[in-house]
Design a protein around this ligand. Structure first.
Ligand code: IPM
Ligand code: MG
Length: 356
């Protein structure tokens, strides 16, 4: 029996995660046996215990086979000192569990080609995977801080850094992912300006020699941001650092019409993972039964595939999602004339009903 931690968090997190859990429970009748345990995280944990990542939650996260994560954050926590902010829970979980490989697929469902702000012919059939490094870079580099500046006033500073080892292991994830797809890998950096990126490009090129069957290209991040809008279908797999990946994956999500559709996986060296929708806590619609639970449900599907070895169950969930979309069922983020508008709960129920 596999053990799963359910960390629902803040905002819409609890609502959407409840629907993903309902889908997993429905699979249990089909023979997928899971022991699920909930724990507080983010602002909810801060409110309850004064700590966005209580020791007991971290302990549980370390023990289980996989973590299903909702979302964290909210305006009421914005003024807290950095260590108490909800986002710290996520950053610490990534770091303490060694979840260095973040997979963010952006695919356009045939039923949703008109949901994108880009023309249908630009996005239809899009299937790109962003592989983002998640435990290094300027997010975690030391030194960092705010200090008195020479000549008066203060200065803020952060440190961008990557070791060869960190670059090698994320590059391998990128090459292996490309090998299972169209065998094209685009490494994104800023090697024309940054030393860190120069090393990144050298190391990725060297690793590429081990994967002669994968076509490796390099692109500067500013150009990549433009190319994603100009012609996103030129990409198969993109591999990049933590900060560039953060930005490009938000951009890529909008190619698909709604950030409410996109799941993600954050994996360690042994395929233990944390699974979360890439959208945030959306405090403006929290508690209104209005959020789209499909990103959370698709995150549960990724968990079945990558951490639990339940490929067939993952496919069942993904097919059920495709089916409800084909039935014209939509949450508010994707509602258009001729489709049926559902709440969060009703959408979850529709997916359960559509499971084969
Ligand atoms: C993401 C988020 C996080 C990040 C925040 C919430 C810390 O934007 O997962 O993309 O910057 O990594
Ligand atoms: Mg982000």
């Amino acid at each position: 029996m596999k053990k799963i931690a359910i960390l629902a968090g803040d905002g819409v997190g609890p609502e959407i995660t409840a629907q993903a859990v309902a889908v997993l429970e429905a699979l249990e009748h089909g023979g997928v046996k899971l022991a699920m345990q909930e724990a507080p995280v983010g602002g909810a944990a801060y409110d309850a215990a004064g700590d966005p990542l209580p020791e007991s939650t971290l302990k549980l996260a370390k023990e289980v086979d996989a973590i299903l994560f909702g979302s964290v954050g909210g305006p009421q926590y914005d003024a807290l000192p950095r260590p108490k902010r909800p986002e710290q829970a996520l950053l610490r979980l990534r770091k303490e569990l060694g979840l260095f490989a973040n997979l963010r697929p952006a695919t356009v469902h045939p039923q949703l080609v008109n949901a994108s702000t880009l023309r249908p012919e630009v996005v239809s059939g899009l299937d790109v995977l962003i592989v983002r490094e998640l435990t290094g870079d300027i997010y975690f580099g030391q030194p960092r801080g705010i200090r008195p500046a020479e000549g008066g006033g203060r200065e803020g500073f952060d440190t961008m850094r990557y070791t060869e080892h960190e670059i090698v292991r994320i590059a391998r994830v990128g090459f292996l992912a490309a090998r299972k797809r169209s065998r094209r890998l685009c490494s994104v950096d800023k090697a024309n300006v940054l030393e860190t990126s120069q090393l990144w490009r050298e190391v990725v090129t060297a690793v590429g020699k081990e994967y002669p069957d994968v076509a490796l290209t390099h692109m500067y991040v500013d150009n990549a941001a433009m190319q994603l809008l100009r012609d996103p279908k030129q990409f198969d797999v993109i591999v990049t650092g933590n900060m560039f990946g953060d930005i490009l994956s938000d951009e890529a999500s909008m190619l698909t019409g709604s950030i409410g559709m996109l799941p993600s996986a954050s994996l360690d060296e042994r395929s233990k993972g944390l699974y979360e929708p890439i959208h945030g806590s959306a405090p403006d619609i929290a508690g209104k039964n209005a959020a789209n639970p499909l990103a959370a449900i698709l995150s549960a599907a990724m968990m079945l595939r990558y951490s639990l070895g339940e490929d067939a169950a993952a496919v069942r969930v993904e097919r059920a999602v495709a089916k409800v979309l084909a039935q014209g069922l939509r949450t508010a983020d994707l509602h258009e004339p001729g489709t049926t508008r559902l709440g969060t709960r009703e959408m979850g129920e529709a997916v359960v009903a559509a499971l084969e």
